[in-house]
Design a protein around this ligand. Sequence first.
Ligand code: FES
Length: 155
Amino acid sequence: MELSEKIREAIEAENATLPRLRSGLIPALHRVHQAYGEISDAHRSELAEIFEMGPDEVAAVVQLSKVLDTPRRGRHLAKVCVGLTCSRDGAREFLRKLAGRMDIPVGGITEDGRIELGEEICFGACAAAPMMWLGDEFHEDLDVEEAMRILAALE
Ligand code: FES
C-alpha cells in the first residue's frame, strides 16, 4: 500500500521545519508505522525518495528499531522512549510504572486489544522525557497519571 496523500503532506510539512532533511526520517517512520501498522517495501521506497536516500538505507534504520521492524498488534500503539537521554530523566521508571498500571508487560497488549505498549530508542525529542508517541503525536513531560488519562480517552 502506498502512502496516503495526508501522510505524505504531514511528512513534507514536518520536513520543511527541519534544518536537515534526514532529521525527519525517524519521526516519519513512526508516523507510517502508526498509520499502517508496519513499514512495507513500498513505504520504504517512498520514504527513500522523500528523504533522498537509498531504500537500503531506510531499511537499515528500520532494522535498528524493535518497534518499527515489527507489525503493530494492538488497535493503538503507545511507544515510550527509553533512549539514553530520556532514561537519564526517568523514562525507564515511568515505563515500568505505566506498564504496571496498565497491567501488561512492555511489549504487551491490553486485554481488550485497544493498546499495545512499546518502547523505542529516541524519537529526536530528547528534552521532553518522559515522552510517549501515540497516534501521530508526541506527549511530553508525562507522569503516569497523565499518560493513563490520555490512554483512557482512546476508543
Ligand atoms: S532519547 Fe528519548 S527522544 Fe531522544
